[in-house]
Design a protein around this ligand. Structure first.
Ligand code: GLC
Length: 686
């Protein structure tokens, strides 16, 4: 009887506890967890599904239509649902938002202060439009040029990646909005991305593929980390306790939450046990599985509580929980200027025989669809609904240049009949580039009345598929012929040729760059790209961008080329469905990172290594700079930079020993002016 009374009293006490109302606050999280039912715990660690992402297409009522995901509210406990949205180049929601340059272009500035400003602007728009966590920065190492998402990522070097990411994170989080450093880890291809097993030697994993994330965590503490789709050395990262708990939290001191990438249900209890706190986009089957697993004693409830606590710790930091007013009116004009400045500083002048900057009186013949329809960014979750995109043609006209109207009319007519194929998801995922217009010799000769030819080469890439060799990494036959004709016709009349690369990732350049008098890498420069390009071309701004990645002479000079599924024809793996596929496509079940540390410029450090077309860190200016000998003291290094050339400009100091160990960027220096940079020295960057 006594036992019955004790038990009855305990049940009543629990009932009272559960019934007793409590409202979540930053300092009562444990008390709230104590009052949560198992079902509520299993609910809060699972997202609210695809309704938010697809609201624009299907009219679901959600706080921020188009935002990638949400958590689930538990009103009884005062727990609101929070909003998670992409993406690195701007807030990707139904509402138009500023389209910033892609990640590779931000890192090309080598200017962490400027990157932080971009983060601040994106954070301000996220805050204004109701977003709580921005699913960015994308920061996987650019292991191989054919990865479809390199445009979203920063570099082939972990130090440049990590410090650029840290600056971006500081900027966004400075606005009181969270970030999600992604995709953790070794997610370096899109082929078979949901199941591919990245097989990486431990020392290489630490030195290259984890190092950037380590720097970002230690220098900026992102509110969240996104665990990648792929497997790493046989284990899905999303259930790899060594990665998510021992390394990320135990060794690096990460204080935030880990969420999955947008995966269907996997082994949810194993993910929770590993320290993956939030299943996105989330589905009811995951909640059911957790309840069952705890009830059967397979998953300790304490392990679930650890993740519940981290979800609540995230929620109480968010603008939604704190009731921060959402203006819905960020300063888009000011942000457009930030986007243009970031693009101006991210443009890399690869070659110039003196034809640049252009003379104001020059009349210009613009070739390439990209001259008239710029590619501001890549496709997939890295897309942005931009209010406009400034093309090179309109940017040049705004700067006062005359462009060849015969050519612009011809391209205009062609583009009106060859619009990029759109689908009902294009609004969310962006569109492919328009097909290149065939250029005849006759067309070139007609256009040769202009003083200078500008030939834009465009490349699009995006989430869900890797790039190809033919007509992608390599120029197409049509492009090669057109560039040859333009070069022959214009040079035969003593006129010059400028090539502009509007690309998201490295292409082959060595076989054709002799045809041009200048080559300008414009990356995918965001909505203000045409303005930025025009201001660099006419010398309003002296180019100061430097390469964050190597342009090899030949793709196969890269050791990773022997271990990358480029010949998988880049078929989107989005269609792969939810079951484990390596048995169906054994040749892409895993990727062997057999090249080890020989990634990017690290593959060309040996004395007998092949030459490259454009090396890591390369970039020209319209002026010239003198650097003092570096002065090392402790973990800093000082270099004084002097502008010894004819015009003002900025300069990036890049210290290699032999790998990247320090870098910094001056302000604009007038001719004769100096600035001393004090930079952090990272001796351990292998
Ligand atoms: C995607 C991407 C990830 C994105 C997420 C939400 O599949 O891999 O970068 O943030 O899903 O859209």
């Amino acid at each position: 009887m006594k036992r019955f009374i004790t038990l009855f009293a305990a049940v009543c006490a629990c009932a009272v506890l559960v019934a007793q109302e409590i409202t979540l606050s930053p300092d009562n999280i444990d008390a709230v967890i104590a009052r949560m039912t198992l079902k509520e715990k299993a609910t809060i660690v699972v997202g609210a599904g695809y309704k938010s992402m697809l609201a624009g297409q299907f009219g679901f009522k959600v706080p921020v239509p188009g935002a990638a995901g949400m958590t689930q509210a538990i009103p009884r406990l005062g727990i609101p649902a929070i909003v998670l949205s992409d993406g690195p180049a701007g807030v990707r929601i139904q509402q138009t938002c500023t389209g910033f340059p892609i990640g590779s272009m931000l890192s090309s500035t080598w200017n962490t202060e400027l990157v932080e400003e971009v983060g601040e602007a994106i954070g301000a728009e996220a805050l204004a439009y109701g977003v709580d966590v921005l699913l960015a920065p994308g920061m996987n190492l650019q292991r191989n040029p054919l990865c479809g998402r390199n445009f979203e990522y920063f570099s082939e070097d972990p130090l440049l990646s990590g410090r650029t990411a840290a600056a971006y994170i500081r900027g966004v989080q400075g606005r009181g909005v969270g970030t999600s450093a992604k995709h953790f880890a070794s997610n370096n291809q899109e082929t078979n991305r949901f199941w591919n097993d990245s097989r990486v030697a431990p020392d290489v994993l630490e030195a290259l593929y984890l190092r950037g994330f380590e720097i970002a965590v230690k220098e900026a503490q992102p509110w969240t980390i996104m665990a990648s789709y792929n497997r790493l050395n046989g284990i899905h990262t999303q259930q790899d306790r060594w990665l998510l708990t021992d390394v990320l939290r135990g060794r690096w001191g990460f204080e935030g939450l880990v969420m999955t990438d947008w995966t269907g249900k996997r082994d949810t209890p194993a993910q929770i046990a590993a320290g993956c706190d939030l299943m996105e986009p989330g589905g009811a089957s995951q909640t059911r599985e957790l309840v069952r697993s705890v009830k059967k004693g397979e998953l300790p409830e304490e392990a679930l509580d650890v993740c519940v606590r981290r979800v609540l710790e995230l929620i109480v930091k968010t603008p939604t929980f704190r009731g921060v007013p959402r203006s819905k009116a960020p300063d888009l004009e000011a942000h457009a200027i930030v986007a243009r400045e970031a693009a101006e500083e991210g443009i890399v002048l690869l070659d110039n025989d003196g034809v640049l900057p252009l003379k104001a009186s020059a009349t210009l013949a613009l070739f390439g669809v990209g001259s008239y329809q710029a590619l501001p960014g890549g496709t997939g979750s890295g897309h942005v609904h931009r209010p406009y995109v400034v093309s090179l043609a309109s940017g040049l006209q705004t700067e006062g240049f005359q462009i060849n109207s015969y050519l612009s009319d011809t391209y205009g007519g062609y583009l009106s009949k060859n619009k990029p194929k759109k689908t009902f998801l294009s609004g969310m995922l962006g569109s492919p580039a328009a097909p290149e217009m065939p250029v005849t010799r006759e067309l070139v000769e007609k256009a040769a009345s202009s003083d200078i030819a500008i030939f834009t080469i465009s490349r699009q890439a995006g989430e869900g598929g890797d790039r190809h060799m033919e007509d992608d990494f390599l120029l197409s036959e049509g492009e090669r012929q057109a560039l040859t004709d333009v070069s022959e016709v214009f040079h035969s009349q003593g006129k010059r040729v400028v090539v502009v690369l509007n690309i998201g990732g490295v292409i082959e350049t060595a076989s054709w760059k002799h045809l041009a008098d200048a080559v300008l890498l414009a990356w995918q420069p965001g909505q203000e790209g045409g303005s930025a390009l025009a201001r660099v071309l006419d010398g309003a701004v002296s180019p100061s961008g430097r390469l964050p990645v190597t342009f090899p002479v030949d793709y196969f000079d890269l050791p990773s080329s022997a271990h990358f599924p480029y010949n998988y024809s880049g078929r989107s793996t989005m269609a792969s469905g939810g079951k484990d596929r390596e048995k169906d496509v054994p040749n892409v079940g895993y990727t062997d990172y057999a090249e080890g540390l020989e990634v990017g410029y690290r593959a060309f450090l040996r004395a007998d290594a092949p030459a490259v077309s454009y090396p890591f860190g390369h970039g020209l200016s319209y002026t010239s700079f003198e650097e003092s000998r570096p002065v090392f003291s402790g973990d800093t290094v000082e270099v004084t930079v002097r502008n010894i050339g004819p015009v003002a400009g900025k300069h990036a100091v890049i210290i290699m020993n032999p790998t990247l160990c320090a870098f910094g960027k001056t302000r604009v220096l007038a001719p004769g002016e100096s600035e001393t940079l004090t930079m952090k020295y990272y001796a351990e960057n292998r």
